[in-house]
Design a protein around this ligand. Structure first.
Ligand SMILES: [Zn+2]
Length: 359
């Protein structure tokens, strides 16, 4: 999917239409905030090395033509590479880095408009279809700037200021003179970037809609993204693709979504996947992301039924439902703190079903 043209038009409109360009955000105009955000899109098809990186703002153009231009381009294009060429990544339209919370919100607005806006019958997408008035856009930006995320993927990856700084510092490591090898602080920045960018690009593999995250399946989307990001061997390769120094292994202290990943690894093991083995990556990928998110609980349930030799007629449905609802509270809300005990119940149920079926 080529979104470059859409993004170019939307950015131009935000900069030139006064009702948007002159919105005041904490004493700055939207136009001046937008100009400072390095926003890139991808053009072209084929393998990730062949995609073209297109700067969409003044800040993005400046980075690409600056002394670290090649490194920035490698990080941007490398995000496509960390996915290991899996299907769906060509859906990723670009990356918006940010210099602060307000810039992060602007990047998310561009992402949202370029992807989730319905394609108009006639003519290109316009900002006004999504944000009819300046105050509509301002409200969105204020709400979004308060959200605590480090990054998000709304068809384009929007990267928050902390991770943007980490990328920048890791890239600029080459300015320094390291007599004893790359210091840990640089590896910290590179590892943080590899982890967050790796997680976000996983969302392009499954391509959930924004609403998905608040459904019963929301936990599975985050668990899948993070389990695959932390898969053995993955962190080192991600760093290589991005051209950033890393610790080589996903640092324990950078773990996020712990409840999600612990629960999903246990479910994968119930299905016969060895989560410690590099070469089980493809099996995990097929179960977690080898089809629509709606069917992930069913794919996992099938693997468990097969691995334990269970009677499909009686075992499949209760296992599928238990996986789907593992983080869903009685009140009908996502509550990841339920995962640990619910997955333990699932393990017990599988053990009992296996014990009662004729061997
Ligand atoms: Zn996520």
């Amino acid at each position: 999917m080529d979104v470059s043209g859409d993004v170019t038009r939307l950015v131009r409109e935000l900069r030139t239409e006064r009702r948007y360009a002159e919105i005041d955000i904490n004493g700055r105009s939207l136009r001046s905030i937008l100009d400072r955000q390095p926003i890139f899109t991808f053009e072209g098809n084929g393998s990730w090395e062949d995609r073209r990186v297109v700067p969409q703002t003044a800040a993005a153009a400046k980075l690409l033509t600056g002394p670290r231009g090649a490194e920035w381009e490698r990080v941007v294009r490398g995000v496509l590479g960390v996915s290991q060429a899996r299907e769906g990544v060509d859906r990723l339209g670009g990356i918006a880095f940010s210099t602060g919370r307000d810039g992060f919100a602007v990047g998310q607005a561009v992402a949202v408009m370029s992807h989730w806006m319905p394609e108009p019958e006639e003519g290109p997408r316009r900002v006004g279809e999504y944000f009819p008035t300046g105050p509509d856009l301002r409200d969105y930006l204020q709400r979004t700037a308060r959200r605590p995320a480090a990054a998000s993927n709304g068809g384009m990856i929007a990267v928050g200021p902390t991770v943007t700084r980490a990328v920048s510092r890791a890239i600029n490591q080459r300015d320094a003179d390291f007599r004893d090898g790359t210091p840990d602080s640089y590896r910290d920045w590179g590892s943080l970037a590899a982890k967050v960018l790796g997680h976000e690009v996983e969302h392009s593999v499954t391509a959930p809609t924004p609403a998905t995250y608040n459904t019963r399946l929301g936990w599975i989307e985050e668990a899948s993204a993070q389990v695959m990001t932390e898969w053995p061997g993955r962190h080192r390769r991600s760093g290589e693709k991005l051209g950033l120094p890393t610790h080589g292994r996903h640092p324990e202290r950078f773990r996020t979504y712990r409840e999600h990943t612990d629960a999903m690894r246990r479910i994968l093991r119930l299905g016969g996947v060895d989560t410690r083995r590099i070469d089980n990556f493809d099996r995990a990928d097929a179960l977690l992301q080898g089809g629509s998110l709606q069917r992930t609980p069913g794919r996992l349930a099938s693997a468990i039924v097969e691995h334990h030799g269970l009677d499909r007629d009686t075992a499949y449905e209760p296992i599928r439902t238990a996986i789907r609802d593992a983080a869903w509270s009685a009140e009908g809300a996502l509550d990841p703190s339920l995962l640990s005990s619910n997955v333990r119940d699932l393990e017990r149920m599988v053990g009992e079903l296996a014990g009662s079926s004729p061997a």
